[in-house]
Design a protein around this ligand. Structure first.
Ligand code: FAD
Length: 508
């Protein structure tokens, strides 16, 4: 072969132009399962399993379509377990003079390939992955020196892509229906049934284990519930559009002690591995509204996550890397308590959110942001530990989307590049959005004493501790007014309570 075409584990798009043309005998498509990729973070077992299984299926399909494919399994003795080493060996064995690669979404891989190619005996040519609606640097160009307001970028993309538009006006006369998307879920309508296919992957799991790969969480190798190819992902999309989307809007921020998924799509894995294109997911949601199957407020809310947030955070990532992952604006240094890896804490909301993450490799946005992230920020956990935890545990975690969400949106480690205030709350918010508190040994109403919900004192202590840095933020003005009015001895008691809470962090 004269040309090696590299397909990374998150580039499983069978509709990419590479595969449109008739198979070329001069081209060898290369996929590799490598320790470099299993080991840069401690990943959830389901994530490693799902990606490898989907890569294998992708390679199989290409082979059946007549493409020449070289697939390196994790246990293959010829596998050198690193991207450059495997490419070098293959180029030498095949005499290839060119390596073609789709632009990686992670800075780590982009930098590695560029640096290596500069001194490799073959030329490296880039192709776009054609996955996103905006280019890597489009958000940076759009915002220039101004503030990075997601909403502006989102409206720009709505207009350009003609999504939910009526002429030049937004459908329904409003760009944003957020205020209608904040209800508690009363238990009805019922959560849609989980119709996802299950995959028996014990043999693959054994290969992964015997290769010595370390993971966390439940492998679920007998019945892995994630889609492994585009056809399965499309079925999941259709099911969500019919059963989840009609109720997505009002309950998108809801928490439930008994229901994990509520009306979320669970499409992030299929999107981030490029089995689905964001444009088709957006189009399916819009079509559901136009045909009267789903209300506008919820459809707009759903589309905003994909056309807005997803494109925006990618822009943030490429504008701020490298260096972004080391940010720690608030100087937080506390290590993660051991229960981040077991879910064994008595705080019910955290027990459920972390337990579910370990069991299912997924938690919905409010669990990630307002339960786990909220606690991590209030407790002053070190972003340099929080970030790899999120990067490993979720099925959809790839650094381009995980880092801005974790470090920017959730931990305020960038000092407010993405959000206009830190996402923190006391027990009141958690109680308003769900029913965990009812099942919790801690008391949501108490601020002091053994039984007080830890979120309460930690919340006031956080605001007090960081007053210098945060009191000027307009959205926190009411909080700081309250803090200023607080009697000195009450504040002292809260500080004492917070200190005692943090001292027994491991046993909360
Ligand atoms: P739905 O609620 O059904 O939303 C639909 C789609 O919108 C998602 O599939 C996703 O593609 C997109 N989306 C929603 N919110 C965001 C967001 N904030 N940023 C980017 N895209 C979004 N998402 C990831 O894909 N990978 C991550 O590693 C990741 N890490 C996160 C870490 C933290 C601390 C937080 C607060 C959020 C993170 N998110 C991440 C965003 C979001 O929580 C997940 O995309 C979502 O929960 C995935 O489940 P779903 O497919 O059911 O989403």
């Amino acid at each position: 072969a004269a040309v090696l075409r590299l397909v990374l584990g998150d580039q499983l798009d069978p509709l990419h132009p590479w595969f449109e043309a008739r198979p070329d005998p001069q081209v060898l498509v290369v996929l590799m399962e490598i320790r470099q990729e299993t080991d840069y973070a401690l990943h959830h077992a389901q994530k490693v399993l799902a990606i490898f299984a989907a890569m294998r299926r992708f390679a199989q399909r290409l082979h059946e379509a007549g493409h020449r494919v070289h697939y390196l399994r994790i246990g293959n003795p010829h596998n050198r377990q690193s991207l450059p080493d495997n490419l070098d060996a293959l180029a030498q064995a095949t005499g290839a003079t060119t390596v073609e690669a789709q632009l990686p979404d992670e800075w780590r891989l982009d930098a590695q390939l560029r640096a290596h190619a500069a001194q490799a005996p073959y030329a490296l040519h880039w192709a776009d992955s054609r996955h996103f609606l905006s280019s890597r640097d489009e958000a940076a160009r759009f915002f220039g020196d101004g503030p990075w307001l997601m909403e502006r970028f989102y409206r720009h993309l709505r207009q350009r892509e003609q999504v939910l538009m009526e002429g030049r006006q937004p459908a329904g006369g409003r760009w944003n229906f957020d205020s209608e998307n904040r209800s508690r879920w009363p238990g009805d309508p019922p959560e849609p049934p989980d119709a996802r296919r299950r995959h028996a992957l014990s043999a693959l799991w054994q290969e992964i284990e015997s290769a010595g790969v370390r993971t966390m969480g439940e492998p679920c190798a007998e019945a892995l519930p994630w889609p492994l190819d585009r056809e399965e992902a499309l079925e999941d999309l259709q099911h969500f559009i019919a059963h989840g989307l009609p109720h997505f809007g009002p309950y998108q921020d809801a928490l439930s002690d008994s229901h994990e998924r509520l009306f979320h799509s669970l499409l992030s894995f299929a999107l981030n591995t490029k089995m689905l294109h964001p444009r088709e997911v957006i189009a399916a949601a819009e079509a559901a509204w136009r045909s009267g199957q789903a209300p506008l407020a919820g459809v707009e809310g759903f589309i905003r996550q994909i056309l807005g947030w997803r494109e925006y955070v990618r822009g943030v990532y490429w504008a701020r890397m490298p260096g972004y992952v080391a940010l720690n604006h608030l100087g937080h240094k506390r290590p993660l308590p051991a229960w981040f890896w077991t879910g064994q804490t008595r705080m019910r909301c955290l027990q459920q959110a972390i337990g579910q993450s370990l069991r299912a490799a997924h938690a919905h946005h409010i669990q990630r942001l307002m339960v786990i992230g909220n606690f991590a920020l209030l407790a002053g956990l070190d972003p340099a530990e929080v970030h790899p935890w999120y990067l490993g545990i979720y099925i959809d975690a790839f650094e381009w989307v995980e880092a801005p969400n974790t470090l920017g949106m959730s931990q305020f480690a960038d000092g407010g590049g993405i959000t206009t205030k830190p996402y923190v709350s006391s027990a009141a918010y958690l109680d308003r959005m769900g029913d965990h508190c009812r099942h919790c040994p801690y008391d949501k109403r108490q601020r002091l004493g053994e039984r007080a919900c830890p979120f309460n004192a930690l919340y006031w202590d956080f605001m007090d501790r960081h007053a210098e840095r945060l009191r000027h933020l307009p959205r926190l003005a009411p909080v700081y007014r309250q803090l200023e009015r607080m009697a000195a001895q009450d504040l002292a008691a809260l500080r004492g309570q917070a200190r005692a809470t943090l001292e027994r962090l491991e046993s909360l």
